[in-house]
Design a protein around this ligand. Sequence first.
Ligand SMILES: [Zn+2]
Length: 286
Amino acid sequence: MRAVPLAAALVLAVGLSACSSPAADVLAADTSTAAASAPAGIPQGAADLPAPPGVLPAPAQRTPGPAVTEDTAAAGPATPSPAAPARSSDTHMDPAATDVVVNKRRPLVPVDFAPSGLRQPDVATATDNGLLRPDTATAVEEMFAAASADGVGLVLVSGYRSYANQESTYAYWVGQYGDQAGADTVSARPGHSEHQTGLAFDIGQADGACTLVSCFAGTAAARWAAENAAEYGIILRYPLRSDGTTGFSAEPWHFRFVGRDVSLAMQDAGTRTLEEHFGLPAAPSY
Ligand SMILES: [Zn+2]
C-alpha cells in the first residue's frame, strides 16, 4: 500500500493540499525540496501535511517552548487565546465531545488534549497511524463494510495525530518555508488539527488511486463516501468551495465523526460545514 502514497506525494508537491498518512510522510521527504522552493505551488488552505519523520529534527533540537506560543504570537486579534474559550458543550469547545469544532480560530482546549481509548479499527489500512476514538472506529468499521458490500473498496489512510506529532510537523514546515505564513499553507498549527481529536480520518481507495490529492474527488471511493457517510454519523469536513468557512481547501478524503444526530440533521438541512450548522463564525484564517 505504500507505493501509491509515495507517488501521490509527488503530486502533492506540485500543488495539492493534504493531511496525509505516515506512508505519505515518507514521500513528503521527496516533496520537501519542491515545496520549499515553490510555496506558491501549494494552495492556501491546505490542511495538515505531515513532515517526513526522518527529516524532522530530534525533539531536543526543536525550538523550546510550546507551539501555543507560536499560535498566539502569530495569531491575529480575532484568534482566541487557547486558555480563554469557554468549555461548555453548547459552544462546541469540549474536545472530548463529538460536536467539538476545531478550526483555525478554535484550538483544542486544552491545546495538548489527547482522546482516551484510541484503537485501530478493523478495516483495510494504508497506515500504521490509524488510531481513532472507539465511537469513531466503530463507525468507520460500519461505513467501510457498507462500502465493500456496495463493491467499493475503502482504506484508512490516517487517523489520530497527537499534539506532539503536529508540533513536530509544523516546526518542520516552518523550517522549510522560513516562516509561519508558508508553513500555514501546508500544515495545521499544533492544537488546531482536527486529527488531534481522534474523530477525524482520511480515506483512500483500495487501489490507491489519487491518495490524498484532489483527483480523489473523482474516485468511486470518494463519491460513495460523500453520499453515504451521514448514515454512519460521519461528514465530509472540508467540502468544495467552503474554504472561506472552514479555512481549508477541499479535501475529499478527510472525514469527521459527529454522530448520526448531527450528520443526518446536516444532510436534511443541506448544511455543508459544522461552522454553518452550529452557527459558529467562519474561520478562513488564524
Ligand atoms: Zn485529514
